[in-house]
Design a protein around this ligand. Sequence first.
Ligand SMILES: CSC[C@H]1O[C@H](OP(=O)(O)O)[C@H](O)[C@@H]1O
Ligand SMILES: Nc1ncnc2[nH]cnc12
Length: 291
Amino acid sequence: MDQTAARLGVIGGSGLYGMEALEGAAWQSVTTPWGEPSDAILTGQLDGMPIAFLPRHGRGHVHAPGDIPYRANIAAMKALGVTDLVSVSAVGSFRDALAPGDFVVVDQFIDRTKGRPASFFGAGCVAHVSLAEPVCARLSDAAEAAARATGKTVHRGGTYLAMEGPQFSTRAESLMYRAWGCDVIGMTAMPEARLAREAEICYALVAMVTDYDSWHEGHGAVDIAAIKSVLAGNTQAAGALIAGLPQRLAQRPQPCPEGCDRALDHALMTAPERRDPALLARLDTIAGRLL
Ligand SMILES: CSC[C@H]1O[C@H](OP(=O)(O)O)[C@H](O)[C@@H]1O
Ligand SMILES: Nc1ncnc2[nH]cnc12
């Protein structure tokens, strides 16, 4: 494989279950040591770049946020050779300036999810990667430029509060997250971002604002009907954003200047002689270059 060539992965969130513009598109089933991904993966090409698209909730929206097979999703992307993964998510907003219909290129997270398997590693092969900068700034630059080209209002940077759900926040929680300095809220970016880092895949998140959650005195509490209507209005822009990515990633520097593709370099803690062969076998696609 050409080491400078990008292979783009896209994870589509609520309202984004396919990609019409793909050339040579085919749904491909992928099985991983962490089980089945949310759905088959739509593979094809855009502007000559290989693309792998996965609807996070599955076609028809069958997986709740807490039940999404996050490890299988990221492992499948890695197995397909994805180097750069752009995730698209619907979010509520904690700021007047982040209005429904706007895009936010997120750069930080606070994780309040509970009980989701959040690592490929564990007993028999322990690893600690850095998550101080949880997204790839280089890939986020490309995502920002592609988002701006759609004509949407785009905000660069923002902290995403990942809640467990599936119920929306109480008003007290909404006010607390806003006071914490969070900018947007959703239910799915964690552990997705953690796992992409462990898999050494560059990751960026474009959040599509659908509502003001439940803190805003001038707006009613978050309402799924309103969210669906904003999402329906965003489908075209989301498709245009994705279509604008390959041209902005054609010359992928190798290695990534942000270091995402070397995240595991010093992360493995378990002594080689104490490693569990069964776990090592499962980890082959994720960390095989170091095992
Ligand atoms: C449809 S509203 C709640 C739902 O939307 C977001 O999904 P995604 O992040 O996959 O776009 C949010 O996280 C919830 O899962
Ligand atoms: N207010 C909200 N809370 C959690 N997830 C969301 N997805 C879209 N809007 C949301």
